[in-house]
Design a protein. Sequence first.
Length: 259
Amino acid sequence: MPAVRSVFISDVHLGTRACQAERLLEFLREYPSEHLYLVGDIVDFWAMSRSIQWSAAQNTVVQKVLRRARHGCRVLFIPGNHDEALRQHIGTAFGDIRVESEWVHEAADGRRYWLVHGDEYDQVTRHHRWLAVLGDVGYNALVRINHWLSWLRRVLHIPGYWSLAGYAKQKVKRAVNFIFDFESAIAHATRKKGLDGVICGHIHWAADHEIEGVRYMNCGDWVDSCSAIVEHADGRMEIVRWASPQIRTETAAFAEEAA
């Protein structure tokens, strides 16, 4: 039996060095499901136009998803802005994987969720693409620096995981939301559709809260935070934040020492 009813992931950015494919594979092995929704920016064609960083683990991710689809898991791909080239194939299928611009998922408890990547509600991406590309380059640089910082923290036996990119996002998040109001805009659009909630990606910020009576959920990403949303058999939705085995072991050991 599947571990959960549905899995929602976004912003994997296959084709980049920052993609944490190994941790995604761990997560997918732990959470077999009836439904697998790929909510955009799964493949990063933007970055691949500059240089391609495709590892064996990334290739295994693709094979894992294809295998799930062949074995009866319903896999739906909603392209984002980084893999927008696939939007010309909306309504078609690649083998057992269907491509759609958006989708309405009915959970086991009857609630209906709008699935959309979300870049349409980001004013920078829509109207200032050059700025979005520049920001993407800067963000990837922070993630690469963060890998070195994580190594240094392990060498110094500092427990847990700290993200430089996540820290930077946290510092500017309020200002970005004030100017562009991404979350409110997408929640408002969901409310107009008469749906109970929205599950999106795009901004690499996992979240689950209510806005204007709409449940707003963001999958996060598999570049920095390594998070996803899962639906349990009873329709309950949960954000899963996936730490690497080493980090989980170190954190548990530190907790035992502190107890």
